[in-house]
Design a protein around this ligand. Structure first.
Ligand code: FCB
Length: 446
């Protein structure tokens, strides 16, 4: 591989961490095995709400093939692996009786990672809420704070002897804003449910930070946020206002209270009815870093009859897009890194960035994905440029190690560095896998 194919990374720290990310529901499968309880995403699948009627029943079968997947990570040379624990696998009812077989799976996974010298980064919640808790109101119920903190205590005490990197939530703004059940209610109900839910998730974050800190010496804790600039699709003032409003919910409604102790001014009065005395201090607990997931800017129109008064707009003509229609704009990534750095002053780990497409093996069986390589190269260069301008960026994790279950899109969209043939479950590293391997090797050789 010519060195010119690799991005310039001269401004990144010498101890920069290169990694990959996944999440439990998207890769594990084995949804009815060894005592796991159902999650809300199993139920969406049973209701046929996923494209092509896909379900997470088998997914990448990582539950059985984790050793092979860790061997892939070792080949890739990553220093860290971000995964999530499936709450219903370890607490099938979300609370109450613990499922020892479920915990034992994560023991095996963590031990195998450590044996491969790959640091485990454990995320407590990547959207697969136990259905039993959803039946009690889920995040709309303030009791969810206690459920989550108890679950966090279980995980911290069980794995804290081997894991020090903990994330509380993945992208709270995304599951709160776009959770299916909220969207289906009328606008007034949706809005009050949204604000209640947001506040409970923020409280759960603060409570989890405390119990992890208490139970894990040397813990390094953060929350992973989705930061995507929301841009108006036209020069119209109403579009600008709608984009600013959505942008506030999407980007700042969680990190602001968690890292600055207050909700953004634009939404403060809407959350006010749910705030009890002492809540803001409970949310604003010291964290060690901020997790930043970034893919692309989104274009917004005003739409008065929708929740929060916005709609996703057509992308303006001429904007380069990935095959799944997401704008490609590395400058927006650079600006996002700089604005998150300025706003919070915390070390940043990029915990997701990647390229979604419809990859297929060619006639020789190889999966050649130069567009993904070009995307990653330009985004990593943009990160290098943000670092040059002072952003304190400590690591970069590609989404994702494997093609996997992409939520409502099922298996139709592929983000992996590794192609998964879902019929045979065979893993097939793509050209981008080898490219990332070369980059990590060059970076680690300095
Ligand atoms: C993020 C999610 C992740 C994956 C990527 C493509 O919003 O955190 O699970 O679906 O998007």
């Amino acid at each position: 591989m010519p060195a010119s194919d690799l991005p310039s990374i001269a401004k990144l720290r010498p101890d920069f961490i290169w990694g990959v990310s996944t999440s439990s529901f998207q890769i594990e499968g084995a949804t009815r095995e060894d005592g796991r309880g159902p999650s809300i995403w199993d139920v969406y699948g049973q209701k046929g709400e996923i494209r092509n009627n896909d379900t997470g029943d088998v997914a990448c079968d990582h539950y059985h093939r984790y050793r092979e997947d860790i061997a892939l990570m070792k080949l890739l040379g990553v220093q860290a692996y971000r995964f999530s624990v499936a709450w219903p696998r370890v607490l099938p009812q979300g609370r109450g009786p613990v499922n020892e077989l479920g915990l034992a799976f994560y023991d095996r996974l963590i031990d195998e990672l450590l044996a491969a010298s790959i640091e485990p980064w454990l995320c407590l919640y990547h959207w697969d809420l136990p259905q039993a808790l959803e039946d009690l109101g889920g995040w709309m119920n303030r009791e969810a704070v206690t459920w989550f903190v108890d679950y966090a205590t279980l995980i911290a005490t069980r794995f804290g002897d081997r894991v020090t990197r903990f994330a509380t939530f993945n992208e709270p703004s995304i599951f709160c804003l776009f959770e299916r059940s909220l969207g289906k209610q009328d606008r007034a109900a949706s809005e009050s449910n949204l604000h209640r839910t947001m506040h409970h998730v923020n409280l759960a974050h603060g409570g989890a930070v405390d119990v992890i800190r208490e139970n894990v010496p040397g813990a390094s804790i953060g929350c992973i946020h989705s930061f995507q600039p929301c841009w108006p699709a036209s020069a119209d003032e109403a579009d600008a206002a709608a984009a600013a409003r959505l942008g506030t919910y999407w980007n700042w409604a969680f990190p602001d209270p968690q890292c600055r102790g207050e909700y953004p001014a634009l939404i403060r009065s809407a959350v006010e009815p749910y705030i009890q005395p002492g809540d803001m201090a409970r949310i604003h607990r010291p964290v060690d870093w901020i997790g930043l997931n970034h893919y692309s800017p989104v274009y917004i129109n005003a739409q008065t009859n929708s929740m929060l008064g916005f709609a996703f707009a057509e992308k303006p003509a001429g904007v380069p897009l990935t095959p799944i229609g997401w704008p490609i704009n590395p400058d927006a990534f650079r600006d996002t890194l700089l604005s998150v750095h300025e706003r919070y002053g915390l070390p940043i780990y990029v915990l997701e960035n990647g390229y979604g497409s419809y990859d297929k093996p060619d006639e020789t069986g190889a999966v050649i994905d130069p567009e993904r390589i070009a995307f990653l190269r330009s985004y990593i260069e943009a990160m290098n440029s943000a670092a040059a301008d002072g952003a304190d960026i400590r690591g970069y994790f590609v989404w994702s190690l494997l093609d996997n279950f992409e939520w409502e899109s099922g298996y139709s969209i592929r983000f992996g560095l590794t192609y998964v043939d879902y019929a045979s479950l065979r893993r097939n590293p793509k050209a981008s896998f080898h490219w990332y391997k070369d980059l990590i090797k060059a970076a680690r050789q300095g």
